[in-house]
Design a protein around this ligand. Sequence first.
Ligand SMILES: [Zn+2]
Ligand SMILES: [Zn+2]
Length: 121
Amino acid sequence: MRCFNHPDRDAIGSCKYCSKGLCPECCADLPIGLACRNKHEALVERHETLVNRARQVQYTAARGRYVAPSFLLLMGTAFCAYGWLLGRHDSLLAIMGVGFLLFGATLLFLNLRAYGRSASG
Ligand SMILES: [Zn+2]
Ligand SMILES: [Zn+2]
């Protein structure tokens, strides 16, 4: 790869923001990667902040992957048990209970597929 600004020079890397090749003279060596000197340094740093924040959100969501499904399954069980224990044949209650159970199971399945079983938390 060649430097974007100096086609006669070899690039030592590429800008994290615009992916253009940079020679030692053109690059700013940030702790998080290379950036176009005096051009994309701030953007690369801000981009990194956004990525880190997104990672944080993803991690929080992964931690909570059992919470909503558990709540729905609990509700479903409660609705079914309530209708069954009272011997009421309350079809609306039973339908709602089954609905909660199905929704909770689906959500649990989707969450596990999205975040994986092995993620910590
Ligand atoms: Zn750049
Ligand atoms: Zn250059």
